[in-house]
Design a protein around this ligand. Structure first.
Ligand code: GTP
Ligand code: MG
Length: 475
C-alpha cells in the first residue's frame, strides 16, 4: 500500500535546523525497576528501534509486547477492537496500543515514533516504534539514532515481502539507515506467519531469509555475528513471550522474540569517556529541560557542562531516566536533564550537551567518505551538490565543496585519477560545508557522532563517515 500522505519529504529538503519529530510516550514505566545504585543498574538497559516497510507489523508487534508483558488489559484491547472496527480497520487494534494519534488510527499508519518500555529477565528495554511510510523517513531516522539494536519487521504475506524488498521499498532503506546510524545488531523478524498465504511455511521463511542475507551483508552487517532471524506472528502473539508450539510450526527450534532480545550482546561503552549528549528536544519546566541519548560518558546531578556549539556553561539540576529521577546516567540511556544557566530559546535540537574539559568540536566544514546510493534521476554527484545532512540529531542543509578522491570499492584504496564527478554506487572522499556551526566527531573517535546520511527530496542519496574535521573553521 503506498499512499502519499503529505508533503513531508518535500518540506524536508528545504529545511534548515528542522525540529526532529516529537516522540509519543506510550507506557509509563512505573512498574519497571529503575536504576539501582549510584554507580550502576541492576539490569542493563537497551533501546530497540522497530523498523521495516509500511504495514509490516511494527506497531502491532510493539503493541503485542506491551500486552504480553501485562501493561495493557483485556478491557483496553476490547475498546481498541471496537474503535478499530468503527474505523473499518478491524485488524489494526493491536497497533492502536502504539499508534495513539487520531491521524495514525484513521490512516493505519504510524507517523510519530512511539516510545514504550518493558523488561525481560536480564534487560530493561525502551521500544521505539518507527513509521514505515516513506514520507516519514526523517522520523524513522530520529528513532533509529536513539537505538542500540533494531528489530527489522518483514511481512511474509504473499506479495508484501516482495514490495518491501524491491528498490525504493523501505526494507532496504531502513536497513541502510540503521547501519549508518549506529544500530549495531539486528533481529530480523519474519512476521505474519499466521497469514493464510503463509501458514507457518518453512519454505516461505527460508526464501525470505536467503534473500535478506546477501542484502544485509552488503549493507555492512556481519550476518553471522550481528543478525538473527526468527518467525513470528505479532497479531496473534506467537513466538514472542514463549516459543511457538511445535504443532503449529514443527521446524522451528530457535528462540522466541523475548529470549532473542535477552540474549543480544552490545559492545561495551565507557561510562568514563568525555560526556556527549545530542539534544533531540527541549522544553521549559522549572528551568530548561533537554532530552537525548547519552552517547559517551556519564551525567550526574551537580555536574557543570557546556551546551555546544554556543559554548554556554550550564549546571545539571536533575537527571531523569524514563520517569525516574536518578543520580547518574551512563552511555546508552535516554535521559532528560534539567539545566540552569541557559534559556530554552537558546537551544536548538542538534546542539550537544558536552564535557567542559573535552568539549565536542564545532565546525562549518568536514571531510567525509561517502557511499553514493541512488541519486535522483541518475544525477551526477559533483562539487556544488546540495543535500540535507542528518547526523545524530542534526538536520542541516549542506553543500559538497570539493571531491578529493574516489575510492575503489573493491580494493578500498584511493584511485589515482583526479575526480570531478561520480555516479551511483561510487565511494568518494569529499569536503562538505554547512551554513551553521555543527557539533560532530570523527567516526574513528565516536562512531555514533561521526556517521551520517545525505537526503534529497525525501530520498536517502548517500551515507557517510566523518574522516576529518576542518580545524581552521572550528571554534
Ligand atoms: P506503519 O507504522 O504504517 O509502517 O505500519 P506497521 O509496520 O506499524 O504495521 P501495523 O502494525 O500497523 O500493521 C499493519 C497491518 O498488518 C494491520 O492490518 C495488522 O493487523 C497486520 N498485521 C500485523 N502483524 C500481523 C501478523 O502477525 N499477522 C497478520 N495476519 N497480520 C498482521
Ligand atoms: Mg506502525
Amino acid at each position: 500500500m503506498d499512499v502519499d500522505l503529505n508533503n513531508e519529504a518535500h518540506k524536508e529538503s528545504q529545511s534548515v535546523h528542522v525540529e526532529p519529530s516529537k516522540v509519543k510516550e506510550i507506557s509509563a514505566p512505573e512498574d519497571i525497576e529503575g536504576p539501582e545504585d549510584a554507580e550502576g543498574y541492576k539490569k542493563r538497559h537497551l533501546n530497540v528501534v522497530f523498523i521495516g516497510h509500511v504495514d509490516a507489523g511494527k506497531s502491532t508487534t510493539g503493541g503485542q509486547i506491551l500486552f504480553l508483558s501485562g501493561q495493557v488489559d483485556d478491557r483496553t484491547i476490547q475498546k481498541y477492537e471496537k474503535e478499530a472496527k468503527d474505523k473499518s480497520r478491524e485488524s489494526w487494534y493491536m497497533a492502536y496500543i502504539m499508534d495513539t494519534n487520531e491521524e495514525e488510527r484513521v490512516k493505519g499508519k504510524t507517523v510519530e515514533v512511539g516510545r514504550a518500555h518493558f523488561e525481560t529477565e536480564t534487560t530493561r528495554f525502551t521500544i521505539l516504534d518507527a513509521p514505515g511510510h516513506k514520507s516519514y523517513v526523517p522520523n524513522m531516522i530520529s528513532g533509529a539514532s536513539q537505538a542500540d539494536i533494531g528489530v527489522l519487521v518483514i511481512s511474509a504475506r504473499k506479495g508484501e515481502f516482495e514490495t518491501g524488498y524491491e528498490r525504493g521499498g523501505q526494507t532496504r532503506e531502513h536497513v541502510q539507515l540503521a547501519k549508518t546510524l549506529g544500530v549495531s545488531k539486528l533481529l530480523v523478524v519474519v512476521n505474519k506467519m499466521d497469514d493464510p498465504t503463509v501458514n507457518w511455511s518453512k519454505e516461505r521463511y527460508d526464501e525470505i531469509e536467503s534473500k535478506m542475507i546477501p542484502f544485509l551483508r552488503s549493507s555492512g552487517y556481519n550476518v553471522k555475528k550481528d543478525v538473527h532471524f526468527l518467525p513470528l506472528s505479532g497479531l496473534v502473539g506467537l513466538n514472542m513471550k514463549t516459543r511457538v508450539d511445535k504443532s503449529l510450526c514443527s521446524w522451528w527450534n530457535g528462540p522466541c522474540l523475548f529470549e532473542a532480545l535477552d540474549a543480544i550482546d552490545v559492545p561495551f561503552r565507557d561510562p568514563k569517556g568525555p560526556f556527549r549528549m545530542p539534544i533531540i528536544d527541549k522544553f521549559k519546566d522549572m528551568g530548561t529541560v533537554v532530552m537525548g541519548k547519552v552517547e559517551s560518558g556519564s551525567v550526574r546531578e551537580g555536574d557543570s557542562l557546556l551546551v555546544m556549539p554556543n559554548k554556554v556553561q550550564v549546571k545539571v539540576f536533575a537527571v531523569y531516566c524514563d520517569e525516574n529521577k536518578v543520580k547518574l546516567a551512563g552511555p546508552g540511556e535516554n535521559v532528560r536533564v534539567r539545566l540552569s544557566g541557559i534559556e530554552e530559546e537558546d537551544i536548538i535540537s542538534g546542539f550537544v550537551l558536552s564535557s567542559i574539559a573535552k568539549p565536542i568540536p564545532a565546525v562549518y566544514e568536514f571531510v567525509a567518505q561517502l557511499q553514493i546510493l541512488e541519486l535522483l534521476d541518475n544525477a551526477i554527484f559533483t562539487a556544488g551538490y546540495k543535500a540535507v545532512l542528518h547526523i545524530h540529531s542534526i538536520v542541516e542543509e549542506c553543500e559538497i565543496i570539493e571531491l578529493l578522491q574516489q575510492i575503489d570499492p573493491k580494493t578500498k584504496k584511493p584511485m589515482k585519477k583526479k575526480v570531478l564527478f561520480v555516479k551511483n554506487g561510487a565511494v568518494v572522499l569529499c569536503r562538505i560545508q554547512v551554513n551553521n556551526l555543527i557539533c560532530i566527531e570523527k567516526f574513528s573517535d565516536f562512531p555514533q557522532l561521526g556517521r551520517f546520511t545525505l537526503r534529497t527530496e525525501g530520498k536517502t542519496v548517500a551515507m557517510g563517515k566523518v574522516m576529518d574535521l576542518n580545524s581552521a573553521s572550528s571554534i
